[in-house]
Design a protein around this ligand. Sequence first.
Ligand SMILES: [Fe+2]
Length: 201
Amino acid sequence: MSAKVLSSAKYQVQDHLKPGGLTGISAKQIEAHWQLYEGYVKNTNELLEELNHARLGSRHWGELKRRLGYEFNGMVLHELYFGNLAAGTALSSRSPRAAARGETWGDLPAWREDFAKTAAIRGIGWVILYHEPIAGHLFNWWVSDHEVNHPAGLRPILVLDVFEHAWMVDYGAGEEAKYVDAFLENVDWETVEQRFKDSAG
Ligand SMILES: [Fe+2]
């Protein structure tokens, strides 16, 4: 039964999410990064196909399942990341909730500082502004690799890739902070606001 469900999934590269014309994040950087994303889509589909043929409950089957968390999350997080990057968008005062002002951080600069400091945590992974839809809390959250430390039940509102591959074409080692600043100048706040509205219901 589960094998049928798995084999029916075929994921496509989401070309419409590819950003362009960004400030401080070059087309060459995006191109190199996009190729990595395409690899996650390919690997996710291949893993699902392999699972369909692996012996149920075998060690190999279990390792494929474990690996799927890495590839699948790598695929989806990149789609969320590229999907919240756009040139020439500014944070609107009309969207304070999605921008994480308000109760949690008090004001936008405080949120931004918290977000950037979270990005400076040592390690590879993601910084995600999450919305918790029951109590309505917002969190700037650290995720290791693609699949470690996701909070259960929370909705990703703004997603930042802090793997070195996300900035090393444009910035040298030790210059991650410049990339994070550039990212924050290229956030598609309309998309962020929409994700927040979808989560808040
Ligand atoms: Fe990435």
